[in-house]
Design a protein around this ligand. Structure first.
Ligand SMILES: [Fe+2]
Ligand SMILES: [Fe+2]
Length: 222
């Protein structure tokens, strides 16, 4: 889907988002995480239902951060903390690096690494990873919890692979909208290309089939 040159571009975009973070601790941690996890970000899928390709986790993370910033742009008077939103979006799925194999090693939909992440899920793994980084800095305990809340509650539902707690800050509500939007829209690209006008098509993680438009003026090139 994407070659390493494309992925390098998305990676650089993420580093540019890191530079937008004003809090020096969060900025430094975001940059360290991106340096330390570059290899898994370039090699793992996001999950099986969306961005299921090499580097899918990186591309998804880039898109969620881009989209979360765009959502905030639509509501310019909303007094949310952009540091929490950008940092949270950049690392929201970092726990998946502990959960999934590299894309080339995946056979027969057996995507999971045989380790503890299967038991604890990516929300917990992400909180654990970022908590360890933050422990190296002098940081207010409650603010640290707010930062970790961006990861622990980003899934917004209690499921097998879901959240540790439900969202209690507006910043993570925005991350969740961006996350849901990106994970629902990305897998529709390929099937929409293949479906004929008026035909049913199935998006990987959608609850039911959708229909392609019959509008005579429908321009697929837009
Ligand atoms: Fe997630
Ligand atoms: Fe995600």
């Amino acid at each position: 889907m994407f070659n390493n040159k494309d992925l390098e571009k998305f990676y650089q975009n993420c580093l540019e988002y890191c530079e937008k973070i004003k809090n020096p601790i969060l900025k430094e941690v975001a940059k360290r995480v991106y340096a330390d996890y570059k290899t898994p970000l370039f090699n793992k899928p996001a999950t099986t239902s969306h961005h299921y390709f090499k580097g899918g986790i990186l591309y998804h993370t880039y898109c969620v951060t881009r989209d979360a910033i765009a959502i905030c742009g639509l509501y310019p008077n909303l007094q949310v903390d952009m540091d929490l939103i950008i940092f949270g979006a950049l690392v929201h799925d970092i726990g998946k690096t502990q959960e999934f194999k590299d894309f080339k090693d995946i056979k027969d939909d057996d995507v999971f690494l045989e380790n503890h992440a299967k038991l604890l899920g990516h929300s917990y793994e992400g909180v654990h990873i970022i908590s360890n980084y933050l422990d190296e800095y002098k940081i207010d305990r409650q603010f640290k919890n707010q930062v970790l809340h961006m990861i622990g509650s980003h899934m917004n539902e209690f499921t097998d692979w879901g959240a540790l707690v439900m969202p209690k800050m507006m910043e993570v509500v925005i991350i969740n909208f961006a996350d849901k939007m990106d994970s629902d829209i990305e897998p529709a690209h390929e099937v929409l290309q293949k479906a004929k006008n008026g035909e049913e098509y199935m998006v990987r993680n959608a609850p039911r089939p959708y229909y392609k438009s019959l509008n005579k003026f429908y321009n697929t090139d837009r």
